[in-house]
Design a protein around this ligand. Structure first.
Ligand SMILES: [Zn+2]
Length: 211
C-alpha cells in the first residue's frame, strides 16, 4: 500500500491551513478537534493526537489506513475511527472536519432530543444537494462516548439507515462535545461547517430571545 507523497504534502498543507482558519474562529480550544483528508481508496491523512490544531506542522499530520491503523509515524487522534468509518461508508467523501466550538457544544446541552431539526433558513442551501429554505434537515445528536468504536458503529448505522431512506446526512453532533461534518472536498466540508455554525448561532439566539 503506497500513497503518493505529493498527495500527502497537499493534504498536510490543506489541513494546516484549515487549522489556522478554524482556530481563528475559536472552534478548536485546548488541542481539541481533528481533521482528515482522503489520500486514496485505502488511506487518509489525519491530524495526530494531542497537538493544538491551530498550530500544526507537517509532522503533526500522519497517514492511517481506513481501518484506523497508522501507516506512517505518529499517534493518530483518538477519534480516528470516526473519520475512517465515514471514508469506508462513502467513496466520495474527501474531507472530514471535527470542531469543539462553544455554540456547537451548548446547543446539544439545550436540545434533549436525539436530533436537531433545521427548517426555514436560507443558509440551509449551503449543504450540498439542498436547494430551498423549505427543506427539512435533520442533524442527529449522538450521546458522547469515550468508546470510539461503539460510537463509530452507532454513527454508521444511523447514516446507512438514513441513506436507505434517501436522506444524505452531512453532519452530526455529539452531546456536550462537538460537530462532525464532511464533504466531497475541503471546500464542501468548510462550507458545511460554516453553515452549521451559523445556523446553530441562529438557534441559540432565538432561544435567548424567546427565553
Ligand atoms: Zn472531539
Amino acid at each position: 500500500m503506497e500513497y503518493s507523497q505529493r498527495d500527502f504534502d497537499l493534504a498536510a498543507k490543506n489541513l494546516i491551513k484549515t487549522g489556522i482558519l478554524l482556530n481563528s474562529k475559536g472552534w478548536l480550544p485546548a488541542t481539541s478537534g481533528n481533521f482528515s483528508q482522503r489520500l486514496d481508496s485505502h488511506c487518509c491523512a489525519v491530524t495526530v493526537s494531542g497537538k493544538h490544531k491551530g498550530y500544526l506542522t507537517t509532522n503533526d499530520i500522519m497517514v492511517v489506513d481506513l481501518k484506523g491503523n497508522a501507516i506512517s509515524q505518529g499517534k493518530p487522534s483518538a477519534e480516528t475511527l470516526l473519520h475512517t468509518s465515514l471514508y469506508n461508508l462513502d467513496d466520495n467523501i474527501g474531507t472530514i472536519l471535527h470542531t469543539h466550538s462553544l455554540n456547537g457544544t451548548l446547543l446539544t446541552r439545550l436540545i434533549k432530543d436525539s436530533a436537531w431539526h433545521i427548517e426555514g433558513y436560507e443558509l440551509q442551501k449551503a449543504f450540498r444537494g439542498i436547494s430551498s429554505h423549505e427543506s427539512k434537515i435533520k442533524i442527529p445528536i449522538f450521546e458522547n462516548n469515550q468508546n470510539i468504536p461503539v460510537l463509530a458503529e452507532e454513527v454508521i448505522n444511523y447514516l446507512n439507515k438514513a441513506f436507505k431512506q434517501g436522506i444524505y446526512t452531512w453532519a452530526y453532533l455529539i452531546r456536550g462535545h462537538g460537530i462532525y461534518t464532511w464533504g466531497f472536498d475541503l471546500k464542501d466540508a468548510l462550507r458545511h461547517l460554516e453553515a452549521i455554525e451559523y445556523l446553530i448561532e441562529c438557534e441559540l439566539e432565538l432561544m435567548r430571545i424567546k427565553g
